[in-house]
Design a protein around this ligand. Structure first.
Ligand code: B1M
Length: 209
């Protein structure tokens, strides 16, 4: 079995104690950090499918998520840029009612690499908290909101509209599995990206245009 296959298996079975070593070994064996990350994301897809099929339940999803997060920790220093050119501050969070943070954490990591100073508000962030964070931090140029459930798409809308009502000129980017470019447009976001890598490209474009 290749190292990358081993990493996938460890995410799917939630082996968080073994995963850091396996990711390091995959890197040592010459696997690219991006490929390892994509393999782990695919594993979370498998976990989601098993949950949908009733083969596993919330606790198993949770331990798989923990394993993936441990694996990402190992990749972080490899994938991070030098962070030297600050584009300004970006406030980021997962919207109210939503506890998913792996995708949001990957976006934080990529935006940081792209040159943003990141303020991560975590998960289950009420719309007003995004506004408070804009007020409380210096040089905020962007707010990034994740919504990972179809049921929290209305909270994403509320977040964008609350931020825009308080700061009409503030750029807002949104994303997450159920979000489409059309929905982003409809709720008044300035940008949308389907994944963490393209979120960094779009974010940079929004603040330098
Ligand atoms: Co939940 N969950 N979950 N879950 N979970 C999903 C999302 C689901 C698709 C599983 C399924 O049914 N197949 C389903 C949602 C269905 C829907 O929306 N209709 C679901 C459900 C139903 C639930 C609960 C309701 C289950 C229950 O309690 N009965 C519950 C809700 C809790 C809540 O939030 N209130 C729940 C709970 C959980 C756990 C807590 C157990 C755990 C999360 C732990 C954690 O995050 N720390 C969990 C997990 C792990 C998953 C799956 C298996 C994996 C999510 C993940 O991390 N994916 C997921 C199934 C799946 O994804 N296929 C599932 C990997 C991650 C890298 O992808 O988050 O999409 P993603 O992020 C991507 C892009 O979306 C994008 O870039 C990221 C990287 O490429 N992106 C952005 C994200 N944010 C962005 C922002 C941007 C731009 C791009 O700009 C700002």
């Amino acid at each position: 079995m290749s190292k990358i296959e081993e990493v996938k298996g460890l995410v799917e079975t939630g082996k968080s104690k073994k995963i850091a070593a396996a990711v390091s070994e995959a890197l040592d064996a010459g696997d690219k950090a991006q490929d390892i990350l994509e393999a782990m994301i695919a594993s979370m897809g498998v976990v989601g499918d098993k949950f949908s099929a009733g083969e596993i339940f919330v606790p198993e999803m949770l331990i798989a998520a923990k394993a993936m997060s441990k694996g990402v920790e190992v990749l972080k220093p490899v994938m991070a840029g030098d962070g030297s050119s600050s584009l300004g501050t970006c406030i980021m969070g997962t919207v109210a009612g939503d506890l998913h943070d792996i995708g949001k954490n990957l976006v934080v990591m990529m935006l940081e690499s792209a040159g943003f100073d990141m303020v991560d508000l975590g998960v289950d962030v009420p719309a007003e908290k995004f506004v408070e964070a804009v007020k409380e931090n210096n040089k905020v140029v962007l707010v990034a909101c994740s919504g990972l459930l179809t049921t929290t798409m209305p909270a994403l809308k509320e977040a964008v509209q609350t931020i825009k009502a308080a700061y009409p000129e503030m750029k807002v980017i949104v994303g997450g599995a159920p979000v489409t470019p059309e929905y982003a447009d409809e709720i008044g976001a300035d940008g949308y990206a389907p994944d963490a890598g393209s979120a960094a490209v779009k974010a940079k474009e929004l603040v330098t245009a």
